[in-house]
Design a binder for this molecule. Structure first.
Ligand code: BGP
Length: 469
């Protein structure tokens, strides 16, 4: 592993930052959930009915704890920290007036990270769509939202470019094809004849936003590196039956590669184009030109990896009513592998396979920006400890896989940023599903406690991944 390898951790604003009503922040989709149970019920329908959390206004309260948190990260030896900017802290209405307090907040965070030699890895959009843009334009369904996003991205590049070198555009945007209604405030049944056109409109708009932001970033910040963020769901054929192999291939193409092919080659795949046209959706020349602009192509591929899946002819179709969005991917479980208590298959070798596949296919560096074990098993002892050996074993095996991919397979990997490094609210709605090296006591002013994994990870970083015991 190179000395420059970015060891660190990862978070997002709506799950971690809190301070929802402070510093001039406007309402996002998640603040609407916090404020209004009825709106929550309506909104969560588009989140597959899975979201049990009803209040995102405080979460882990990074807003008030950031100095302490950065200190803790520095103590662990973090070289990078992934966080997202809350769009509504910069533009309370998504567009319109800039909020200077929001700019000041993030400048404070970034400059403190810099003092501590921690590289920020910043996601521009981690699902917290400004409510005002939902009300006026149905979120990404309206092209106006794309324009607002580009202005927001430009503002971030201008205001924070001196601190932030690594940027990510839209979190797990390959999932938009599966859940286009999410964050639009719209309901659309898959049986509706207009559904396909709706789906591609939303998806295409998010892609314009992505390409435009990448281009601006390259134009505005010297030496910036900007990547995507896609949710990986590597599929294996359940058996050696060629039909199963074909199904697994198709799964990987549809859920992973259709999106990455677009982002790296600057055009939709022929099959995607055909499907879009069939749905009555055509891409303008202007958009095609933007996508084909070499300046609008990402510098690295970053992704979340939690599990692998199996595909086979005997499988049931993906369960669209599954408890979490992530579970929708879970086709057949792998008879050779164990699952976490949340039903996610634990497969470190899959991470090595995926890293190789991505690097071979695109010849771009990769960055793992989410990975980890979310469980409800953490117990805070009376003397303020959390004995999370299960987390250590999970991470140890995954880091071994990363090392093998780098040292033996020669995959260029920029960093490893496990998810929820300080406990945060789960996206699927259960705040007791914890991932962190640091425990957050939500019922006691969000006090922080170092878990056993904190000391273990500190040693991993100090030895640059050599000592994993
Ligand atoms: C990814 C999201 C994150 C995060 C993670 C873990 O899909 O980018 O926001 O939450 O999954 O999922 P969960 O919180 O459901 O355990």
């Amino acid at each position: 592993m190179k000395d420059t390898f970015l060891w660190g951790g990862s978070t997002s604003a709506f799950q971690f930052e809190g301070g929802a009503k402070e510093g001039g922040k406007g309402m996002s989709f998640y603040d609407t959930i916090s404020a209004n149970a009825k709106a929550a019920a309506e909104n969560t329908e588009s989140w597959m009915g899975s979201n049990k959390t009803k209040d995102y206004s405080v979460t882990s309260d990074f807003y008030h704890h950031y100095e302490e948190d950065i200190q803790l990260m520095a103590e662990m030896g973090f070289r990078a920290f992934r966080m997202s900017i809350a769009w509504t802290r910069i533009f309370p209405d998504g567009d319109g007036e800039i909020n200077p307090q929001g700019i000041a907040f993030y400048r404070n965070v970034f400059s403190l990270l810099k003092v501590n030699h921690i590289e920020p890895v910043v996601t521009l959009y981690h699902w917290d769509m400004p409510q005002s843009l939902i009300d006026r334009y149905h979120g990404w369904y309206g092209i106006e939202t794309v324009n607002a996003f580009v202005r927001y991205a430009e503002t971030c590049f201008r205001e924070f470019g001196e601190y932030v070198r690594y940027w990510l555009t839209l979190n797990e945007n390959n999932m938009t094809v599966m859940i286009p209604a999410f964050g639009t405030g719209m309901k659309m049944s898959k049986d509706d004849p207009a559904y396909e056109s709706f789906k591609y409109t939303v998806y295409h708009h998010t892609n314009i936003a992505h390409f435009a932001a990448v281009k601006k970033c390259h134009e505005m910040i010297e030496n910036a590196q900007i990547g995507c963020m896609f949710a990986s769901a590597l599929a294996y054929p359940l058996t050696s039956d060629p039909q199963d192999v074909l199904m697994a291939r198709n799964h990987n193409q549809k859920l992973n590669y259709d999106y990455l092919d677009l982002l790296t080659r600057g055009r939709y795949t022929p099959k995607n184009t055909y499907e879009m046209n069939r749905a009555g959706f055509w891409i303008s020349e202007e958009d095609q030109d933007l996508f084909a602009d070499p300046n609008a192509i990402i510098d690295f591929i970053s992704f979340s990896y939690y599990y692998s899946v199996c595909a086979g002819t005997e499988q049931n179709a993906a369960d669209e009513n599954a408890g979490t969005v992530q579970m929708m991917y879970q086709a057949m479980s792998n008879p050779r592998l164990k699952q976490s208590s949340f039903g996610w298959t634990i497969d470190p070798v899959g991470l090595r396979i995926l890293m190789n596949d991505l690097y071979d296919r695109y010849q771009l560096p990769v960055m793992i920006v989410e990975n980890g074990l979310g469980v409800k098993d953490d117990v805070l002892t009376e003397d303020g400890k959390v004995h999370d050996d299960y987390r250590i074993s999970y991470l140890r095996e995954h880091i071994r896989a990363v090392k093998a991919a780098v040292d033996e397979d020669h995959v260029e990997c920029l960093g490893y940023l496990p998810w929820g490094c300080i406990d945060l609210y789960s996206a699927s709605g259960d705040r007791e599903k914890r991932y962190g090296f640091i425990y957050v006591d939500y019922d006691d002013d969000c006090r922080r406690y170092r878990k056993d994994s904190f000391f273990w990870y500190r040693n991993v970083i100090a030895t640059n991944g050599k000592d994993l015991v």
